[in-house]
Design a protein around this ligand. Structure first.
Ligand SMILES: [Zn+2]
Length: 185
């Protein structure tokens, strides 16, 4: 399987590159997932930008209050999720087919790395096209990833260093773990 994929993608290069801002947003993301995103940009049929990686609990609270998210157990809190936006003509586009293509590149990159990446677009209750995460089953950590597991963590300290450690993240560990596939954003 991996050899077949390798043959398919060998020598292919999309010509797209992650912007400095996208790379900065990968700071604090689990290094395995960050590596997959950095590989996927080279395989993707459409350009994309990193909209968000690791998220503070304060921001997550705000998103829940606004109805944009329904969970305080988001994988963004621990650096196990990223949101990618299709980048066309200097702006983010939300057309669904673009996200199918981004997912295709992400799945190729994940397969190369031998890692399973879950796409929010496959969720049934709340399809979330920009969202990609490492599965709870493979990465059960609910609190933040350890420093040695995240990519570019030093550069991001001032952005999220303190807040992700606060009580809400720890409280998340005690919450119900059922319906993990329904966790969104
Ligand atoms: Zn997300």
């Amino acid at each position: 399987m991996h050899e077949q994929i390798q043959t398919l993608v060998n020598g292919y290069n999309s010509g797209f590159a992650l912007s400095p801002r996208s790379l900065e947003r990968l700071g604090g993301v689990h290094k395995g997932l960050a590596a997959i995103v950095r590989r996927a940009i080279l395989l993707s049929a459409v350009d994309f930008t990193v909209l968000e990686g690791r998220r503070t609990s304060a921001r997550q609270k705000l998103l829940v209050e606004q109805g944009a998210s329904n969970t305080m157990n988001s994988r963004h809190l621990s650096g196990h999720a990223v949101d990618l936006g299709a980048w066309i003509g200097g702006a983010v586009r939300w057309d669904w087919p673009l996200y199918e293509k981004i997912n295709h590149a992400m799945q190729l990159a994940a397969a190369e790395a031998g890692v399973h990446v879950e796409w929010g677009g496959d969720w049934k209750s709340f399809r979330d096209g920009p969202h990609f995460q490492l599965p709870w089953a493979d990465y059960p950590l609910l609190r933040q990833a350890q420093d040695e597991e995240v990519w570019g963590v030093e550069a991001q300290d001032e952005v999220w260093g303190e807040e992700v450690q606060d009580e809400d993240v720890r409280n998340g560990e005690a919450q119900d773990l059922e319906n993990q596939n329904d966790r969104v954003v």
